[in-house]
Design a protein around this ligand. Sequence first.
Ligand code: HEC
Length: 181
Amino acid sequence: MTDWYRTATERVLALVLLALLPACTAPATPTTDRPQLGVAADPDLLGRQLLNVFPDGRGLPPGRGTVADGARLFAQHCAGCHGRDGRGGSADELTGATRPLTSVDADKTIGSYWPYATTLFDFIRRTKPMNAPGTLEADEVYALCAWLLHANGIVQADAVIDAHTLPAIRMPNRDGFIRIE
Ligand code: HEC
């Protein structure tokens, strides 16, 4: 077998290649001290992701909804999974708890379990309907809160739910949780 580096030219070439090898394997000099990944966050998109609603009402948008409008919207968007009256469907029961929280098989519904009414707005706006989240207007979400609260016996049939009335509602299980500061 002939050695490929026999001639002087080949030997020089081999040496140059060997000298270049470390430069090829060394990591590229970073231009900043951060990884160069992703794109700058779009403030508009970020704004639309900030959907948190707090128990004191912070984060609630303008708008309002009635129990009657909520009943219509619930039948249209929610009853298919949750049942016509918010129970008896394939998805979680939203109304009609019968077994107390102290029982082994407790019914944990909005009325029996949830400590804050504002969670309803947050949860429905960001996740519902399950097959088309983010499609409901603020007025529609307020109306669905109104109907669900009424169906749980928490507000009257003529209630109007908005950014002021929703945080003011005292839920039956308001004191059922231990708050750790
Ligand atoms: C495609 C089926 C489907 C549709 C449509 C749907 N949901 Fe749900 N929903 C579920 C399922 C499954 C759960 C339980 C899992 C979860 O919490 O996401 C649930 C959970 C919930 C909960 C939380 C229950 C709890 O106590 O934890 C609420 C509130 C709720 N849905 C409201 C609604 C409202 C209001 C609508 C209509 C705007 C709606 N859902 C439409 C399937 C659905």
